[in-house]
Design a protein around this ligand. Structure first.
Ligand code: AMP
Ligand code: ZN
Length: 129
């Protein structure tokens, strides 16, 4: 069983700050900022794209509650992000969404998407509609 499944079943220790029927939120063990939290579906799905709508509903409700709770630290913004697949940086193969409070006085912002590429948007658009 994966580590996040164990946390969901309370078989592994974590700083759980919120849960509802289908989702759970706990502090990231290697926080990128004060209050960095992970929100997971309690059931195992490999990534967020695999999570059914009824479960996603609870996951997003949990994200909103977590952001409200994190206001105690007076953040200036949040990154709400999920890595899907190894190439995108996903290490734990149990769906999770990072909630990372951001502070004006932080140093370097660790969430970077890199430089924009040169590409014909018309071509991209036509392939997608
Ligand atoms: P990702 O790279 O999106 O798969 O992120 C996985 C995250 O899980 C990382 O930020 C880790 O610090 C975090 N993590 C790994 N193990 C644990 C754990 N036992 N409790 C809390 N967070 C964890
Ligand atoms: Zn799991």
């Amino acid at each position: 069983m994966c580590i996040f499944c164990k946390i969901a079943r309370r078989e592994e220790r974590a700083y759980v700050i919120y849960e509802n029927e289908k989702a759970m939120a706990f502090l990231d063990i290697n926080p990128l900022s004060k209050g960095h939290t992970l929100v997971i579906p309690k059931e195992h799905y490999e990534n967020v794209l695999e999570v059914p709508s009824d479960v996603i509903k609870d996951v997003f409700e949990a994200i909103k509650v977590v952001c409200e709770k994190l206001r105690v630290f007076n953040p200036d913004g949040f990154n709400v992000v999920s890595n899907v697949g190894k190439q995108a940086g996903q290490v734990i193969m149990h769906a999770h969404i990072h909630v990372i409070p951001r502070y004006r006085d932080e140093g370097e912002n660790p969430i970077k998407f890199g430089k924009p590429i040169e590409i014909d948007l018309e071509e991209v658009y036509k392939a997608l509609v």
